[in-house]
Design a protein around this ligand. Structure first.
Ligand code: ADP
Ligand code: TPW
Length: 603
C-alpha cells in the first residue's frame, strides 16, 4: 500500500441525511484504525448514487477495483475490448437515464474507451468513462512511466466534462460532478481520471463516509418559458401543412405518453428519426415515415422534438426540404424543442425555440392545447389525404419487394423475416448497424415500443453492435436481436464470447454479402490483393458463437432464417445466424451515397 498522508475530509455540503450514507462493508475497513481507502470510496460513491452495473476491462491499476466492485454487489460486465464496453455504457445511459459507467486501464485501454466516450458526447448519451492513470509526477515530466499518457487533456475535447481526483477525500465530489455533468442539461460523455495512487490512499472511515455525495436531482426539470410555448403553439396552429419530427432526444426523455398525446391531440403527421422509431408504433396512422420524401419538402411548419437539424435532416435546407439548391432554405418555419439553448439556429432559423426538457415542454404544450377546449384545428384534409395517398402507394411498393423470394436471399427477403419476428416480439430490442443492413432494416422493420431500436446514431459508427447488444440484454433482461452487416459485425465480433460468458439472450443476424457494402468487387488493377472492400467469401461467422458454447446457424433461405430466429427467441440462448445474402445486393454507402466523394467527382 502506498504511503499517502491521511487528510482530514471536510464535511461535504451535499452530504445528505445519515440514511443516505453508504454502509461500508466492515470487511473492507481496517477494524483497528477504522480507515477506508480509495477503492472503497469509489465503490461507495457509485453505489450511493444508484450505479449498479459497470462495463469494463480489468488491468493495472483497476484490476482490484473490478473485483471489489463485484464483491460489493455491483454487476461488472467484463469485455474483450474497451471500445465495446464503452458503447455498452453509453447505450445503457440512453436506455436508463443513469450514466453508463465504463471502466478501463490507463493509456491504451483509455484510448480504446475514448472512441465510445466521444460517440456518447456526440449522441447526447450520458456516460462516464473512468480510467485508471499512471503517476502524475512522471507523466507530467514525460519520464516514461508505465502506460504514460496525459489522459485528462486528451479526453477533454471529446467529453462534456473531464475531472481528475487526486485525493481520497475528493472522490465523493469527483463522482458527484461526473454524474451531474453526464445527466444534467444535454446529456453527454464525462471523463473521470483516477490515478493509480488514489486507490490505496487511506483516510478515516467516518470522514470518508461524510465526504460522499448523493447527487440530488441530477437532471433537473427545465420548464419552458410560457411565452416561448405560446409562440410555438401560435405558429403551429396557423400551419397548413404541419409536421412533427421526433428524435432520439424525445426517446431518451421518457415522456412517452405525453408525446403520443401531443401527436394525437393535434392530429399532425410525424416522422420518427431512427432511434425514435417505436415512440409511437410505426404502424400508427399518423406516421409519415413511408412518405418522408413528400412531407419534408411540402411541410410549412415543422415541430422538431429532440432532434438536431444536422446531416441526418439535411441541415434543414436544400433539395430534401424543397429548395432549389443544397444551400437554400426550403421556406419551412421551424419550432424546436430542445434542452440545449444553443441548438436553435445552428443550421437554419428557428422561428420558435422552446428551451426546456422535453417532458416539461410537451406537457406545457399539451396543457395549452387542452385549454383551447377542443378548438385546436385539425390539419387541412388535403395535407393529410396527400400524405395518406403517398403512404399507401409506397407501402404497397414495399410489400411487393418483400413478397419476392429470390435465390440467394437479398436484404428485403431476409428482413421480411426480421420484420415478422419483431412484430411478434415487440418487447425485443433491435440493435442495428451496417450500411445497407442499417438503411433497409430501418425502413423495413417496424418498431412498436419506445427505446427498442438502438443503432449507429449521429456518427454512423460501426462497431457499436455487440456492445449495445450486451448492454441492452443486461439492462433490460429482454431478448436482443442484432441485425448486422458483415463488415459492421467484424468491428466487435469478439464480444460473442462476452455474450456467451454472461449467457445473454442475444440473437445476432449477420446479413452476409461478403464485404463492405457489397461483396462482388474485384481488383481490376492486376495486383495480387483483393479489393479493399471484400472479405473471405462464404465466411462461416456462425462458428464464432459456437466456439464459445452458443448456437450458430447458417441460413440460406427465409424459412431457415425464420426457424433459427424463432428458436433463438424460444431458447434465449446466445445465437448467431449467418444469413447468406446475394453478394451483389446493396449499394456503395447504402442510402448516403450522395456523401461519398466518389459520387461527387466531376465527369
Ligand atoms: P436524432 O439523431 O434522433 O435526430 P439528435 O441526437 O440529433 O437526434 O438530437 C437529440 C437532441 O435531443 C439533442 O439536441 C439534445 O440536446 C436533445 N435532448 C436530449 N435529451 C433531452 C431532454 N430530456 N429534453 C430536451 N431535449 C433533449
Ligand atoms: C468506425 C465506414 C460505413 S458502413 C461500413 C463501413 C466500413 C460497413 C458496411 O458494410 P456492412 O453492411 O456492414 O457489411 P452492408 O449491409 O452495406 O453490406 N469505420 C467506422 N465507422 C464507419 N461508419 C466506417 C468505418 C463504414
Amino acid at each position: 500500500m502506498l504511503d499517502q498522508p491521511t487528510r482530514t475530509a471536510k464535511p461535504s455540503p451535499g452530504a445528505s441525511a445519515a440514511e443516505d450514507a453508504p454502509k461500508i462493508a466492515s470487511g473492507e475497513i481496517n477494524a483497528q484504525s477504522q480507515e477506508t481507502d480509495g477503492f472503497q470510496l469509489v465503490i461507495d460513491a457509485l453505489k450511493l448514487n444508484g450505479i449498479d452495473t459497470i462495463f469494463g476491462l480489468p488491468g493495472i491499476p483497476i484490476t482490484d477495483l473490478t473485483r471489489k466492485l463485484q464483491a460489493a454487489g455491483l454487476r461488472v460486465i467484463s469485455f474483450r475490448h474497451e471500445q465495446n464496453a464503452g458503447y455498452a455504457a453509453s447505450i445503457a445511459g440512453f436506455m436508463t437515464q443513469k450514466p453508463g459507467i465504463c471502466l478501463t486501464v490507463s493509456a491504451p485501454g483509455f484510448m480504446n474507451g475514448l472512441a465510445a466516450l466521444a460517440n456518447a458526447t456526440t449522441n447526447c448519451f450520458p456516460m462516464i468513462l473512468i480510467s485508471g492513470s499512471s503517476e502524475r509526477e512522471i507523466v507530467d515530466l514525460q519520464q516514461g512511466d508505465y502506460e504514460e499518457m496525459d489522459q485528462l487533456a486528451i479526453a477533454r475535447p471529446h467529453a462534456k466534462a473531464a475531472f481528475r481526483v487526486l485525493h481520497a477525500e475528493d472522490i465523493g465530489v469527483g463522482v458527484a460532478r461526473a454524474i451531474r455533468a453526464a445527466l444534467s442539461g444535454r446529456p453527454g460523455g464525462v471523463y473521470l481520471d483516477l490515478p493509480a495512487k488514489l486507490f490505496p490512499q487511506t483516510m478515516d472511515a467516518e470522514a470518508g463516509r461524510q465526504s460522499l455525495i448523493k447527487v440530488v436531482d441530477p437532471a433537473p426539470r427545465q420548464i419552458p418559458a410560457p411565452d416561448a410555448v405560446k409562440r410555438a403553439l401560435d405558429l403551429l396552429k396557423g400551419a397548413k401543412r404541419p409536421l412533427i419530427i421526433l428524435g432520439k432526444g424525445a426517446a431518451y426523455a421518457q415522456a412517452d405518453a405525453d408525446i403520443r398525446a401531443l401527436v394525437e391531440k393535434t392530429s399532425i403527421p410525424y416522422l420518427p428519426m431512427a432511434m425514435a422509431k417505436g415512440l409511437l408504433p410505426d404502424t400508427h396512422e399518423q406516421s409519415a415515415a413511408a412518405a418522408r420524401s413528400y412531407v419534408l419538402p411540402e411541410a410549412d411548419v415543422v415541430l422538431v422534438i429532440g432532434a438536431r437539424l444536422n446531416w441526418l435532416l439535411s441541415h434543414g435546407k436544400g433539395k430534401t426540404w424543397g429548395a432549389n439548391s443544397a444551400k437554400d432554405w426550403g421556406g419551412q418555419k421551424f419550432i424546436q424543442i430542445d434542452i440545449s439553448p444553443q441548438e436553435a439556429d445552428s443550421n437554419v432559423r428557428i422561428d420558435a425555440p422552446v428551451v426546456g426538457d422535453i417532458g416539461s415542454c410537451v406537457s406545457a404544450m399539451l396543457g395549452a392545447i387542452s385549454a383551447t377546449a377542443g378548438s385546436w384545428p385539425t390539419p387541412p384534409a388535403e395535407w393529410l389525404d396527400a400524405i395518406a395517398q403517398r403512404k399507401t402507394k409506397n407501402i404497397a411498393k414495399m410489400g411487393e419487394s418483400l413478397a419476392k423470394n429470390p435465390t440467394p436471399m437479398n436484404f428485403h427477403s431476409a428482413l421480411n423475416v426480421v420484420r415478422d419476428i419483431v412484430k411478434a416480439n415487440p418487447d425485443a430490442i433491435l440493435v442495428n448497424e451496417g450500411a445497407n443492413a442499417l438503411d433497409f432494416t430501418r425502413s423495413i422493420v417496424d418498431m412498436y415500443k419506445p427505446r427498442k431500436r438502438l443503432d449507429v446514431g449521429t456518427w454512423g459508427v460501426m462497431g457499436s453492435g455487440m456492445g449495445f447488444s450486451v448492454a441492452a440484454a443486461v439492462v433490460s433482461g429482454e431478448q436482443v436481436i442484432a441485425v448486422e452487416g458483415d463488415s459492421a459485425f467484424g468491428f466487435s465480433g469478439m464480444e460473442c464470447e462476452t455474450i456467451c460468458r454472461y449467457n445473454l439472450p442475444v440473437c445476432v443476424v449477420i446479413l452476409n454479402n461478403n464485404g463492405v457494402y457489397r461483396g462482388d468487387e474485384v481488383n481490376t488493377t492486376g495486383g495480387r490483393d483483393p479489393s479493399p472492400l471484400v472479405f473471405v467469401k462464404g465466411a462461416r461467422y456462425e462458428k464464432l458463437m459456437e466456439a464459445f458454447g452458443g448456437v450458430g446457424v447458417m441460413a440460406s433461405t427465409p424459412a431457415e432464417l425464420r426457424n433459427a430466429m424463432e428458436e433463438a427467441i424460444r431458447s434465449r440462448k446466445p445465437t448467431l445466424i449467418n444469413a447468406v445474402i446475394d453478394e451483389k445486393a446493396g449499394t456503395e454507402s447504402g442510402r448516403i451515397t450522395s456523401l461519398n466523394p466518389a459520387a461527387k467527382k466531376k465527369p
